[in-house]
Write a protein that binds this ligand. Structure first.
Ligand code: PAZ
Length: 357
């Protein structure tokens, strides 16, 4: 019989490597992961999280960029929106070889950012490194590689005539955005990068008294391994199973709404896969955090149907099959104007109450 090695706690941590078999398992890291346990201690508070984690090195530089960007656009009379986009990673090791990721390519965020720019907003685009970006999204990644739209001859390299018109429109928008300096892009990789950057941005923007909107479309990890409990080096396979126990990521919408930026107009997204759960979870988020709007969407239909939930009403925004598949209308072209309309109403109402900021 194969002797069973004792469970090894890495750095005295929750991350346990459990060698249940010496020879029968291939040495992959995530051969088994735990489901939420009823004995879990629950999420740490955001305060405790920030006190026990190290900020990314790029934070001071990014903070300065945000300050300069917001200051300029505030003085030029533009509204500011902070868009989060793409997924966060959860590293399994400090010197990271392996990490847990999610599906989001950043389509929602990158597409929405374009529509906000078109409507005159200055956009802070906080995105997962290498995820889709406004404008270049039309020609990046494997489905729309820019090289498929080009040809070469003796004169040089050209865009193929049938694609010129569409590409010129996008190129013009891209160039005029660059010229106007209305897009600031900042990236994150891990959930830790994301949390520190969002807090920093919110606190800076809040101090500057600008009527900002937050459009939180990023897919943020719910579980993570705290720095203090993480293996420094690559987890050794030991030819056995790996059992992971992860902590819950703090719910940062609460401090965002109550402490970091209490006067902002905040729109969060809620993703579910079970359509029965979505309305309940969307309403729950709205009540729990007290912000302005939750947009509910399902993984399978998110590109043609979303539900906008506020304390006052519930409104569906949808595309018909023809609009989606034949006309290629993007649902963000309907979500963003509706949000801008509501943002305007909200600014006017809070102006009357003397509570804007
Ligand atoms: O990046 P994408 O366009 O493929 O997906 C967008 C989305 C589903 C991640 C976004 O619409 C969303 O719901 N974000 C919040 C996810 C959540 O934490 O519930």
């Amino acid at each position: 019989p194969v002797p069973k090695k004792p469970t090894t706690a890495l750095n005295g941590a929750h991350l346990n490597v459990d060698y249940t078999s010496e020879s029968q398992h291939t040495p992959t890291a995530l051969s088994s992961a735990s489901t939420p346990s009823s004995t879990s201690p629950g999420p740490v508070t955001a305060e405790a999280y920030f006190a026990s984690h190290v900020a990314p090195k790029s934070l001071p530089e990014n903070a300065e960029k945000i300050r300069t960007f917001v200051d300029r656009h505030m003085h030029e009379g533009r509204r500011v929106v902070l868009v989060t986009s793409g997924g966060t990673t959860v590293p399994l090791e400090t010197l990271t070889v392996r990490f847990i990721d999610n599906f989001s390519a950043g389509t929602r965020g990158a597409t929405s950012a374009e529509y906000f720019l078109e409507q005159g907003y200055a956009v802070i685009f906080m995105h997962r490194q290498f995820s889709l970006q406004p404008y270049s999204r039309h020609y990046s990644h494997t489905r729309n590689c820019f090289m498929d739209f080009m040809e070469a001859d003796e004169q040089g390299i050209h865009v193929m005539p049938s694609y010129v018109e569409k590409m010129r429109t996008i190129l013009d928008k891209y160039k005029s955005t660059q010229k106007a300096g209305t897009l600031l892009t900042l990236d994150f990789v891990t959930v830790n990068d994301y949390l520190f950057l969002l807090r920093e941005a919110a606190q800076i923007i809040s101090k500057m008294d600008v009527n900002a909107m937050y459009y939180l479309a990023a897919a943020v990890s719910d579980f993570f391994i705290p720095q203090a409990k993480m293996s420094e080096h690559k987890i050794q396979s030991g030819d056995g199973l790996l059992n992971l126990t992860m902590d819950q990521v703090p719910k940062i919408l609460k401090p965002l709404v109550n402490d970091w930026t209490p006067k902002a107009f905040i729109v969060s997204f809620k993703l579910e896969t079970d359509e029965e759960l979505l309305p309940l979870k969307s309403r729950q988020a709205l009540k729990r955090y007290g912000h302005q709007i939750v947009i509910g969407n399902l993984l399978t239909t998110r590109k043609r149907l979303v539900t906008m939930v506020t304390m006052e009403d519930v409104a569906e925004i949808s595309l018909t099959q023809e609009e989606d598949e034949v006309e290629h209308i993007e649902i963000e072209s309907r979500i963003v104007p509706e949000l801008i309309r509501r943002h305007t109403e909200w600014i006017e109402a809070c102006g009357k109450r003397g509570e804007c900021g």
